[in-house]
Design a protein around this ligand. Structure first.
Ligand code: PLP
Ligand code: COI
Length: 341
């Protein structure tokens, strides 16, 4: 590390900070250009860009981790590349080849290596890849041109308290429709979530829980994270639905729970009226990592899981194993870690 920056790593939250360089690549006439690192954090685009009017865009989130011996590594970037392309397909944007996606992430991490928080601070370098529809256009149709960017920001905990349990409240709003764009990481889903989130926070909760849009009887998402519960007989359960975002953290935890902790796992319906089946619950995602759920408020009743103040033992073990893999302290399954060299 040659350059240094004056940051109190232990105080990082989840907010924007301009780092040195970001990657920008443009698509026109059927192909992506080479792409390059630039200093400017502003994009100049047509006022009529589809990204601005019709929400033709999508994004990803992944992190770079500093290991104990000072190396830097990415966690499952191939999964983010695949999901970005699923999102691109859903909103008719060109795919970004996996090698281009991973190469862009690596270039951005290397160019901002001094912003990767030191091992042991809990901080990571969050990468935000995105694709937007740009160029002159007026009707509701795909853009003539596209931009793919990746920028990086050092981050700490997403939910205040990090590994301390927080409470959530169910929302009467939906973030997605039954056959809508819930499984794609497109901005419109997040625009729709701003008001329910604000309402939940105003009422003293960390975020809201979305129920399935068709019947409002099953848990779908915990804000911008997936849900998991540990049953009284030690099964790791997570909802299965076509309208939730397929969380890479959740699929990693399904593997960790089974292969590292020896738990039975199941993806299936989680009924909001049957929370009693769980002794522990949590939210999981790249930003959220694992956030223990203290309790869920639904129709005026607060259902408390393990405790509102203490982390349950299974959640703790899942957290330690997942973070151990991500920070290089626990052996990772084949292909999960990409070293930034
Ligand atoms: N659900 C939503 C709505 C999200 O925005 C995210 C964040 O990416 C997740 C779940 C978690 O997904 P992942 O673990 O891939 O970050
Ligand atoms: C992530 O976990 O990467 C997210 O995208 C969640 C949120 C910050 C949108």
């Amino acid at each position: 590390m040659s350059k240094t920056v004056d940051i109190d790593w232990s105080k990082l939250g989840f907010s924007y900070m301009k780092t040195d360089l970001r990657y920008v690549s443009k698509w026109s006439n059927g192909e992506w250009d080479e792409g390059k690192l630039v200093e400017d954090n502003k994009l100049a685009i047509s006022e009529s860009s589809t990204a601005l009017h019709y929400g033709q865009q999508c994004f990803e989130g992944l992190k770079a981790y500093r290991t104990k011996d000072g190396k830097v590594q990415l966690f499952r970037p191939d999964r983010n590349a695949a999901r970005l392309n699923d999102s691109c397909n859903r909103v008719l944007m060109p795919e970004v080849p996996e090698e281009k996606f991973i190469d862009a992430c690596i270039q951005v991490v290397k160019a901002n290596e001094h912003f990767v928080p030191p091992y042991g601070t809990g901080g990571t370098l969050y990468l935000r890849p995105f694709v937007i529809g740009v160029g002159d256009n007026l009707g509701v149709k795909p853009a003539p041109e596209f931009i793919f960017c990746v920028f990086a920001v050092p981050v700490g905990a997403y939910f205040k308290g990090g590994m301390a349990p927080v409470n959530f409240i169910t929302s009467d709003f939906d973030r997605a429709a039954p056959y809508g764009t819930g499984a794609a990481k497109v901005g419109g889903n997040y625009a729709g979530s701003l008001m329910p989130h604000e309402e939940a926070v105003k009422n003293g909760f960390a975020d809201c829980i979305y129920l399935d849009p068709a019947t409002h009887t099953k848990i779908e998402e915990v804000g911008a994270a997936n849900f998991f519960g540990i049953t009284k007989d030690n099964k790791f359960i997570t909802p299965k639905s076509p309208s939730i975002l397929p969380s890479i953290t959740k699929y990693s935890l399904l593997h960790v729970a089974k292969e590292y902790l020896g738990l039975e796992t199941e993806e299936r319906d989680v009924l909001i009226d049957n929370l009693d089946e769980f002794k522990e619950a949590g939210a999981c995602g790249t930003a959220a990592v694992i956030t223990p759920i203290g309790g869920i408020q639904h129709k005026g009743n607060l259902h408390v899981f393990h405790s509102e103040t203490e982390v349950g033992p299974v959640t703790k073990k899942l957290y330690e194993t997942l973070c151990g893999i991500q920070f290089g302290d626990v052996e990772a399954p084949e292909g999960w870690i990409v070293e930034v060299k």
